[in-house]
Design a protein around this ligand. Structure first.
Ligand SMILES: [Fe+2]
Ligand SMILES: [Fe+2]
Length: 216
């Protein structure tokens, strides 16, 4: 049997073979009833296969929509900030409302795609994501930005890389201490995204005064 492509299930070859047995005289130990039964099973499997392929496509689409909506959310937030600076209050409000609408869409797509696990699963996923970013993604991006002489990008990537390493550690600690009931407060640097568990004198990465950190 030859290999078939993704869109043409392999069972087609088998079906053709069985049909040819029905058309000609089947071998002695292979009755017409057996051939028809086999064909029926193959047809059922095929429609299951097709359904699965459709489901996979929808799963991909949900994740593509999740990415698009997430991006639109941040983009409109940036546009809203700009409109506010320009004194265009109505445009600023519309951008802000639409940015929140995209968040609603993104969260729904993500939920329907079944991507929200248990909190332990989600913490693990977050550790993996942040670790990939600070160990692989940002070092590569920084290298390229250096080669291209893009100083602003080097700075933006470096702040993010340093902060992601802290995020990965905090997620790991949160996973290890998930059942602790003692409340923890987190302090976010509004410039570089560094997070501390107590208000620092100043940000260890970008030097922003501790009083500017946002408490959670
Ligand atoms: Fe992060
Ligand atoms: Fe900072």
């Amino acid at each position: 049997m030859s290999e078939s492509g993704y869109m043409l299930p392999q069972s087609q070859n088998v079906k053709d073979f069985i049909k040819s047995l029905l058309d000609t005289s089947p071998p002695q130990d292979f009755t017409k009833e057996a051939a028809e039964k086999l064909l029926k099973i193959l047809n059922t499997n095929e429609s299951k296969e097709e359904k699965m392929m459709d489901n996979n496509k929808t799963q991909d689409n949900l994740m593509a929509a999740f990415s698009g909506e997430s991006e639109a959310n941040r983009k409109y937030l940036a546009y809203s900030k700009k409109a506010e600076q320009d004194g265009k209050t109505n445009a600023a409000k519309l951008f802000k409302a639409a940015s929140d609408a995209e968040t609603i869409h993104a969260l729904k797509h993500f939920e329907v795609a079944n991507k929200v696990g248990t909190t332990a699963d989600n913490l693990l996923d977050a550790v993996a994501g942040e670790t990939h970013e600070y160990k692989e993604m940002y070092p590569e991006f920084i290298e390229t930005a250096e080669a291209e002489g893009n100083t602003a990008a080097i700075m933006s990537f470096t702040y993010a890389m340093q902060a992601e390493e802290v995020h990965a550690r905090l997620y790991k600690e949160a996973l290890e201490n998930m059942d602790d009931t003692k409340e923890i407060f987190y302090y976010l640097c509004p410039v570089c995204g560094n997070i501390e568990t107590s208000r620092p004198g100043k940000c260890i990465f970008c030097g922003v005064p501790g009083e500017n950190f946002i408490k959670y």
